[in-house]
Design a binder for this molecule. Structure first.
Ligand SMILES: [Zn+2]
Length: 251
């Protein structure tokens, strides 16, 4: 039964992943509401329903458009597959309880922002604005302990990141600031500190890896968004556990 549920969540996740791709690619350049159906990025041909099946369609078309034969970005199937895996993992980790809603909301925030930041180096305001009320509503019904930890978390995140941006003169942008503030609200101060630690760690690892592959990457700016998203998911799954283990070292 668990395997069937996991598989169902995986398939469900790939469909959402396909939608998150569209959100992440179209919201930043404001074409999200203009085109109805999915189309080829090169020849603008509207895709048939069979080409909309996540992952499978990419494999069968050998990653090329049927008409113009141009390469389809591998980002599409990668994000679809990744979202499927994360959906299934979230179900296994959390099970059927209200936290599952928080998990799915968090994924819906993290994946489109990751796509957008990777492709455009932008974290769209509209995405953050769309999700903020949903997270506030969630925390209204399922507050942190104590409940005001959300408010102090958001305030703390805002002041800390704002100061970091001010002192470092660049590196991070206003999008990162707003993203961190929302995550501070979701997680509260202790877990937010962990989130900040892991996102910096992931970003450094990504930077060093790119540098090892090619020295010219030194000039490129690495978007922070994907590392923040990965850290947010890690904290969602294991934040509580990491803090418990850490405190056990001292008490
Ligand atoms: Zn085409």
């Amino acid at each position: 039964m668990e395997i069937i549920m996991g598989l169902a969540f995986f398939i469900y996740g790939t469909i959402w992943g396909s939608f998150f791709n569209v959100v992440g690619l179209r919201v930043p350049n404001k074409t999200f509401f203009k085109q109805k159906r999915s189309y080829c990025d090169h020849c603008r041909r509207t895709l048939s329903w069979i080409e909309l099946i996540p992952i499978v369609s990419y494999i069968f078309s050998h990653g090329r458009c049927k008409k113009c034969q141009q390469k389809i970005s591998p980002l599409y199937p990668i994000i679809e597959c990744l979202t499927g895996i994360i959906f299934a993992f979230t179900y296994y980790r959390v099970g059927w309880n209200p936290t599952l809603i928080l998990g799915l909301l968090l994924i819906s925030l993290v994946i489109p922002i990751t796509v957008s930041d990777l492709v455009y180096q932008k974290i769209p305001n509209s995405l953050l604005l769309f999700f903020t009320p949903l997270f506030i509503l969630y925390r209204f019904f399922y507050p942190l302990n104590p409940w005001w930890n959300s408010l102090t978390g958001a305030l703390f995140a805002f002041i800390l990141i704002f100061t970091m941006i001010f002192l470092s003169q660049g590196g991070m942008g206003m999008g990162d600031l707003k993203y961190f503030t929302l995550l501070g609200f979701i997680f509260g101060i202790p877990q937010f500190l962990l989130l900040l630690f892991f996102s910096s760690l992931f970003c450094s690892v990504a930077g060093l890896t790119l540098l090892t592959i090619n020295k010219n990457n030194l000039k490129k700016k690495i978007p922070f968004g994907p590392s923040i998203g990965l850290a947010a998911l890690l904290i969602f799954y294991y934040g509580e556990e990491i803090i418990q283990r850490y405190l056990q070292l001292f008490y």
